[in-house]
Ligand binder design. Structure first.
Ligand code: NAD
Length: 260
């Protein structure tokens, strides 16, 4: 069913996005990678996806905080792949500070990347999806699309906004075969989080296990991280026919965090 579709996954040079790109390549999708990183490593990832799964893999280095760069990326997808069938809006960043000290430039860049970029990729993907009568848009939101934490004002506002974007897209796409949902992970064990564990353990004189359970996973009832493979499998499921009637939902994968 997914074989031969083209999937664009933003922020797929690392973490969750990379796992989703790998999983969708396993399903037979052609892949467009995006994100920052070492050009040799990105090239190796592109080649390995193509050779391991017999798909076509491309890459856009677009900085998604810039609208013209997004427009160029979408034009590349159209020219080289005939458009985007599966759009995964995953690229995101975080900044932690109290509201009254929150740097205005950090607010602007987080809203641009975590929210506005998803609007731009969506508005530029929908005409092609409507014409083909099929499309899947998955917004990687967060538990922070449903609940707040202090000191994360831009991130929480952007992720709540992403939930609104998801619902409107779902309604407008519903009769065109387009489905749009958001995945709301709790803490996921990406390299970014992994690095924090060792640093926090040193700073607090705790073991790494204590840091994971009592600091990072304080809000996550299972006291276990979500894995990138679990998020990727969830995304693949949302592209499958079994998920055809799932539309406009904010779907938690958070070990029970938002049940509290
Ligand atoms: P990550 O830092 O490992 O990956 C982020 C990706 O975004 C990288 O590929 C990076 O190059 C790319 N990126 C950053 N700025 C960009 C820009 N301006 N333009 C284009 N690409 C850019 O992060 P991750 O943990 O894999 O997070 C991915 C998504 O999942 C984010 O939206 C994040 O909010 C969400 N999320 C993560 C967690 C978690 O615990 N890790 C939990 C909930 C939600």
């Amino acid at each position: 069913m997914m074989k031969g579709k083209t999937a664009l996954i933003t922020g797929s040079t690392s973490g969750i996005g990379k796992a989703i790109a790998t999983r969708l390549a396993e399903e037979g999708c052609n892949i467009i990678l995006n994100g920052f990183g070492d050009s040799g490593e990105i090239d190796a990832l592109k080649r390995s996806l193509a050779s391991s799964h017999g798909v076509v893999a491309g890459y856009s280095s677009a900085d998604l905080t810039r609208v013209p760069a997004i427009e160029n990326m979408m034009a590349y997808a159209e020219a080289e792949f005939g458009g985007v069938d599966i759009l995964v809006n995953n690229a995101g960043m975080q900044h932690v500070a109290p509201i009254d000290e929150f740097p205005v430039d950090k607010w602007n860049v987080i809203i641009a990347l975590n929210l506005s970029a998803a609007f731009h990729t969506t508005r530029l993907s929908m005409p092609g999806m409507k014409t083909k009568g099929w499309g899947r848009i998955i917004n990687i939101a967060s538990a922070h699309a449903k609940v707040a934490s202090p000191f994360k004002v831009a991130y929480v506002a952007a992720k709540h906004g992403l939930s609104g974007l998801t619902k409107v897209t779902a309604l407008e796409g519903a009769t065109y075969g387009i489905r749009c949902n958001s995945i709301c992970p709790g803490y996921v064990f990406t390299p970014l989080v992994e690095n924090q564990v060792a640093d926090t353990a040193k700073a607090r004189n705790m073991t790494e296990e204590q840091v994971k359970k009592d600091v990072l996973l304080a809000a996550q009832p299972t006291k276990e991280f979500v894995t990138v493979e679990q998020v990727a499998a969830f995304a693949a499921f949302l592209c499958s026919p079994a998920a055809d009637q799932i539309n406009g939902a904010d779907l938690s994968i958070d070990g029970g965090w938002t049940a509290q």
